[in-house]
Ligand binder design. Sequence first.
Ligand SMILES: O=C(O)CCC(=O)C(=O)O
Length: 327
Amino acid sequence: MSADEPIRSRHTLLSLLPTSDYSIEVTCTEAECDSLTSNLTASLAAAGLTVLTPPLAFPLPVPLLPPYTPPASLPAVTRAYAKYGFSTLPTSLRPSPAAFACIKSGALAHAASVLSSVSRVLSLEPGNRVKFAEVMQRDKGRFDVDLFAAGIRVGGSPLGEFAARLAPWLPAVAAAIPGARLHRAGVVLSTGGGATGTQQWHADGPEAKSGGTALCCFLPLVDLDERTGYTSFWPGTHEHPQSKMLVRGAPDSLPEGCIWRGTCGAGEPLLYDYKVIHRGERNGMEEGEVRPIVYFVYGLDTFEEVNFTKDRMADWLRLRDKTNEEP
Ligand SMILES: O=C(O)CCC(=O)C(=O)O
């Protein structure tokens, strides 16, 4: 139990509980656990209290944190990011409507042209996973398109310069990782019409390989809700070894409150630590609709991006065209 003193009686337990959140860890059989839980639940209910978390047959791999609430200031963002491994950003750190409109129209136009080349690749090699410098397939129906070479301008500046020097979220990035610089800009698109299911739980950076601290700034181009899908995060996982977390069916086997559903509005950025465990949820949109999330990766100089290859899709398609022309 997380109190310093051992619990001696029901009376002591009830007098302690109203002021704090407690968790109890006991070693017992399944039947004992059931009876303990129902006795405890009944005693707490009699005192007007509730058991929030159903019993687990194993200790939580990551301590259960209080529910995430969106911070309203830069210092609160910094605290939330350190504690949960992610944070949404208040209005003062969000892009202006004009900057957001430039990013949205540029990213969507570029992604549409890249995805039409992806369709060609997939028609030539059906079933293959698309892995190029311009676009990487994350899983079925979900594509990660590079935006550095897209020629997007935001209020007169190239997108890279905007993201590196002008973006309103930079104070939050600098507070989270002092000395971080921009490493990458892209857009993750999940396609509708039943094409994109739920992703595997993962962290973007395998801790052994990521070569230092990095974070991702997500900028959804559409509202993320139950229909479009959203990204779910497991709070606090940035501080724990990845090998200890995705075991025994976790986090799906964990109680409700363990996961934060990242529903938010278009243009509302979210920062997350590259080590935090998360997954993209299924896309329930119609055929032809997409759920685009622009992202910017910031990290120290030692950070190494491991998610993209160097092979160019344009070269691959040229080579295929040439091969097809040869007698
Ligand atoms: O599509 C999403 O919601 C997020 C995708 C994601 O987290 C990823 O591909 O790493």
